[in-house]
Design a protein around this ligand. Structure first.
Ligand code: MSP
Length: 541
């Protein structure tokens, strides 16, 4: 069964679907939320530019005991709290220019209807049965914790450090244990189902311990989707929340309009999440899908966490990177640098990344001011100085004498494929590094060929022009590869190069062919990244 489900996961499908976790509305957006959403945005932008039909989803997770309690503390209704914070999350998407195709809220009718339909089916197939749970619950994570694990954690949440809550409740349970074998098979046949590898190993470990059935309803509070046919129960928030990935596509309403438009995006879905919610996505969710006879997503990518200035982020330590702190970075360095830093230095591997003002500053100065900015400015300045801003000609193709090190058509071609491969696997840092090394190579070429010296010799004008053409053309190709990360700055560069590009037309592979920039095009000298004197003072907040 698993094999047939997975065989439907087409490689290089023209459609592409990427999702963020949907965020709890009891919290204000911070670097963690912005990070995951930005990663997905970069991928979505790149894939659209590469010609894929992309659907990029984010949203808010609005039910559960945690939200109900926060609302009570603030003396507002859970719905009012959800409305307020969902609006804040949506506003933030605009601030960061994130290009999601929809924003799902789990209190919306379109979601609730379909979830109830799925639960009904699970009850009918005896995948969900009534029983009782007695044990520990982590309210911050909305997670049931087994006794041995609870003891190991000293009866505190592994994430928030808050005491676990003792619970005894009538609950419906999902028969996760029934799917142990199929999940094992899934992992074996699809080594990339969970990435990175260290996280996959964690899940293999969970399976070795043996999968237990999981409670999927609650009776001690009411802020949730009622269980159909038994309204004393509301659904456990995770079963509700995970379903967003398919309810947004209308999969639960095959006759509906949404289904007609969006069903094509499932199954090749990429679920991008943080490491703390892997079990739900990598074991519980696939089992639910198998039970519902719905094909499985393509992959779950669990990144690690940002810490800040060397320590776990905490409001009391004053190192919490909330929106106000982010705003200061945006004001000083600009949104594109913010995106660049998250993508190139972020915790996509199995270890956490440290967000520090000094490191941020160093990366800006080294990669953007001194590499991308400087190279673009050097080349456009020389074209202005020696050719009145008109792009010179390359020598005819039968008369090119590329050295091994500077065979530009070949180098750019190779880089285009490296970036494509890295992006497919969500290796953003690898993609960025490939594009940047192309820019560094242009710098090396300039140092090697010394066009400023050639310029003094009238008889070598063709040679000078050919060198500058190759530099500019390589920068153009690098800028196409960097656009998904730095859309505003790269569009500014295109304007200076007088080229008209609309990434939404999906022409990346045509545009990255060597020779795209036309001789005699008028180009302007450009300064892309202004120098910033010193790192932000993080104690000054
Ligand atoms: N509502 C659930 C997810 C349901 S998905 C079906 C949830 N929400 S959350 O608001 O707590 O968001 C958790 C996500 O925020 C993490 O998985 C991660 O994507 C992001 N981050 C939160 N803190 C983070 C860091 N310090 N660093 C990086 N990302 C982290 O869990």
């Amino acid at each position: 069964m698993v094999r047939s489900l997975q065989s439907q996961v087409m490689k290089n499908s023209p459609t592409a679907y990427i999702t963020t976790p949907i965020y709890y509305v009891n919290d204000k957006p911070h670097i963690g939320h912005v990070y995951t959403t930005t990663i997905c945005d970069i991928w979505a932008r790149y894939m659209r530019f590469a010609g894929r039909d992309v659907f990029f989803l984010t949203g808010t997770d609005e039910h559960g005991v945690k939200v109900e309690k926060s609302a009570r503390e603030r003396e507002v209704s859970p719905q009012a709290l959800a409305d307020e914070n969902a609006a804040e999350f949506q506003r933030v998407l605009g601030t960061f220019q994130l290009t999601n195709n929809d924003f799902i809220r789990t209190t919306q009718d379109r979601h609730v209807r379909q979830v109830q339909h799925y639960v009904q089916r699970l009850i009918e197939s005896d995948d969900v049965y009534l029983s009782e749970y007695e044990g520990w619950y982590d309210e911050g994570q909305e997670e049931f914790i087994a006794e041995t694990k609870a003891a190991e954690q000293d009866y505190k949440s592994a994430i928030s450090g808050k005491p676990l809550v003792r619970m005894k409740e009538a609950n419906y349970f999902f028969r996760l244990s029934r799917y142990q074998k199929q999940l094992e098979e899934l992992y074996e046949k699809n080594p990339d189902f969970v990435r990175p590898g260290a996280r996959r190993n964690e899940m293999l470990g969970r399976m070795r311990e043996g999968l237990q059935d999981v409670p999927v309803s609650r009776t001690s509070f009411s802020w949730g989707i009622p269980v159909p046919g038994d309204e004393a129960h509301v659904l456990w928030v995770w079963l509700d929340a995970l379903s967003n990935y398919i309810t947004t596509l209308g999969l639960g309403e095959p006759e509906g309009e949404v289904h007609a438009e969006r069903a094509k995006y499932w199954p090749p879905a990429y679920h991008v999440i943080g490491k703390e919610i892997l079990f739900f996505h990598a074991l519980f969710w696939p089992a639910v899908l198998i039970a519902l006879d719905i094909p499985l997503p393509r992959s779950v990518y669990a990144h690690s966490f940002w810490i800040s200035e060397g320590q776990k982020m905490s409001k009391s330590l004053g190192n919490f990177i909330d929106l106000a702190a982010i705003e200061r970075y945006l004001d000083t360095y600009g949104l594109d640098m913010w995106r660049y830093f998250l993508a190139s230095e972020g915790p996509m591997g199995a270890t956490d990344s440290d967000f520090s003002a000094n490191h941020f500053h160093d990366i800006y100065s080294t990669d953007l001011v001194n590499t991308v900015g400087n190279c673009a400015s050097r080349v456009t300045a020389m074209i202005n100085k020696y050719f009145d801003g008109l792009v010179p000609s390359e020598p005819p193709s039968d008369n090119r004498s590329y050295s091994e090190d500077f065979n530009w058509p070949q180098l750019t071609d190779e880089t285009v494929s490296t970036v494509a491969g890295a992006m497919e696997r969500l290796e953003l840092a690898g993609a960025i590094e490939a594009a940047l090394s192309l820019v560094r190579r242009v710098d090396a070429f300039i140092n090697h060929t010394e066009p400023f010296k050639l310029a003094k010799d009238e008889t070598r004008r063709d040679e000078l022009g050919a060198i500058l053409y190759q530099c500019l053309e390589t920068i153009r190709i690098a800028s196409l590869l960097l656009w998904a990360v730095m859309p505003t700055k790269m569009a500014t560069l295109w304007e200076a190069l007088n080229i008209d590009i609309d990434p939404d037309q999906g022409k990346l592979s045509e545009l990255t062919q060597w020779g795209g920039i036309v001789p005699s095009t008028q180009v302007t000298k450009i300064a892309l990244f202004p120098r910033v004197d010193q790192p932000l003072d993080v104690t000054a907040v």
